[in-house]
Ligand binder design. Sequence first.
Ligand SMILES: Nc1ncnc2c1ncn2[C@@H]1O[C@H](COP(=O)(O)OP(=O)(O)OP(=O)(O)O)[C@@H](O)[C@H]1O
Ligand SMILES: [Mg+2]
Length: 246
Amino acid sequence: MAKIISITSGKGGVGKSTVAVGLAAAYARRGKKALIIEMDLGLRGLDLMLGMENQIVYDLGDVLADRCKPQDAVAISEQLPALSYLAAPSRPVAQLDFEKLLHCIGLLKRQYDIIVLDMPAGLGLSMAVSQRAADLALIVATPDPVCIRDGAKVASMMEEEGFRQYRVFINRVSRTAIKKSSIHDLDDVIDGVGAPLIGVLTEDIDLQNAQSKGRFLPESERSSMVFAAVSRRLDGEYAPLIITRL
Ligand SMILES: Nc1ncnc2c1ncn2[C@@H]1O[C@H](COP(=O)(O)OP(=O)(O)OP(=O)(O)O)[C@@H](O)[C@H]1O
Ligand SMILES: [Mg+2]
């Protein structure tokens, strides 16, 4: 049975999909059978990030409309064969059958070691799915006050709903980002969001470039090492945070 990790944020564009891909790739590289489900219904984008845009035949919309079985809509990465991907529909789903979505995730859970849910920004679907289906939610936040406040909202809503398995992943840390805002250090982000820290990723132009070409960063790159360490920590192993000196 797969462990299910949802990747959430209050604010959009903070790196959820980047973290979802990095984390799923890290698990796949460790020999785990990993699946990313793209939950940003109507806004497909991971196919390009994963370099799999020519492999998509069916998507989550087809599954929810009974045009295919969940497993038939899953595509296997040619770059990383232990990594599979279930694409979001490229058009909005008129009426989402939430229970059916959960049922579909439940069926796929039996076939993987790890399922990473790449959520849309905001509170609605992300909150509901995390609470009902995920073992753990990562709240991605960048070191800026708006993002921290939105992340805190996500954390407090999860707490109110009785879902306490959430962690903060701090992304796009750079000297410029810190200098530009009123944030002094990473503790301000951790305290501001109000969640235990799971990982820190610095601004990485190589990661961005690799992503825009639909490629994975090599395993030896620092960002890949960060995701590998996070995947180990999520499995309960001791793996130190890899924090680059700014
Ligand atoms: N650590 C990083 N270093 C450099 N660029 C990054 C980093 N993390 C994310 N990015 C870039 O930021 C942009 C937004 O990232 P991404 O699509 O992962 O965000 P998102 O939270 O999934 O957005 P959305 O809310 O629209 O789904 C992308 O161009 C991505 O390459
Ligand atoms: Mg995204």
